[in-house]
Design a protein. Sequence first.
Length: 95
Amino acid sequence: MLDLKYNYLNDSILLSLSELSSLRYLDLSYNRIEGSSHSRGFQWISRLTKLETLVLSGNSLKNSVLLHMRNLSFLKNLRLSDNHLEGRVLHIQGL
């Protein structure tokens, strides 16, 4: 379990977190994560294959980050409120 909410972290943290392969809970809410300044950042997060809960609320994420969550086959809880997502996401294959 890793709780890093409200720390002003940006996308550069994503590479370091990808090495935590046993991580099951990750909260990065209310930071400065955009998902675009390091375009491969969320590809690295997809290495966290045991992740069950991912909280990314209150960042500046766009719809493109959703594509990189397909490999998170154990993911049960995904929180994305207060981002820059457009449209309605009813079902993400693999979640």
